[in-house]
Design a protein. Structure first.
Length: 219
């Protein structure tokens, strides 16, 4: 628990204390109205220089001396690509087994400097390395890529290779026209190019969906 009477850093210390009490960083950040990145920055400052380190100028140049050595930074970056699904604390723990000592917040700081702070960005770095160096993927890397693909599909996302590869079609109720009745819109979107086609019908039947494809899309 951090204690301070300094009004400048009282709010920052309060954030760290709340996270400790709740045992939940995300919830503490939500209550205090700050981002997780801000929390980890404060945490790293306290770890490296004590509570007084929270008093700093926002625009001062970063103190390079406070950063980890180059070998450790390189090891964290390489591990991020080797095990993109591992979080900051697991990364820290696994690197300790290799004799590389860096805290979980230290891992996150390195990730932030190299745009690796989340799973999606680490996968992007992995794909870039595969494209550049032609490396053979490990089982862990293949599993991470497949997990991302399955998660995207579960959220309605799917990769498409070229225009015409996959289309999305649906029927929407537009409104009611006097003398005509209910009006429906058949809409088709090419999921690669985002080009859309639309056509209005007075009925909502499978034949109208087929007519839309034959009249607008396939040509």
């Amino acid at each position: 628990m951090l204690h301070t009477n300094n009004p400048i850093i009282k709010h920052k210390a309060g954030l760290l204390n709340l996270a400790e009490e709740l045992g939940n960083v995300s919830k503490a950040c939500k209550v205090m109205g700050v981002s997780r990145d801000t929390f980890y920055r404060y945490q790293e400052l306290v770890t490296d220089g004590g509570i007084d380190a929270l008093i700093y100028k926002n625009r001062r140049a970063p103190n390079i001396k406070n950063r980890v050595d180059e070998a450790t930074e390189k090891a964290v970056m390489e591990y991020a690509v080797a095990q993109p699904a591992h979080g900051q604390y697991r990364t820290s723990n696994e690197l300790r087994k290799q004799g590389i000592f860096v805290s979980g917040s230290g891992v996150r700081s390195i990730w932030l400097r190299h745009n690796l702070e989340n799973f999606k960005k680490r996968l992007k770095a992995l794909k870039a390395k595969v494209a550049k160096d032609g490396i053979i993927l490990t089982d862990a890397q293949v599993a991470a890529l497949e997990k991302k693909k399955h998660d995207d599909e579960a959220c309605g996302e799917i990769e498409t290779a070229h225009p015409g590869y996959l289309g999305s079609q649906d029927t929407f109720y537009v409104g009611n026209l006097k003398g005509v009745g209910r009006i429906y819109q058949q809409t088709f979107v090419d999921t690669y190019s985002k080009i859309a086609f639309a056509k209005l019908y007075a009925t909502k039947t499978p034949i109208t969906a087929a007519d839309m494809l034959n009249d607008k899309v396939l040509p």
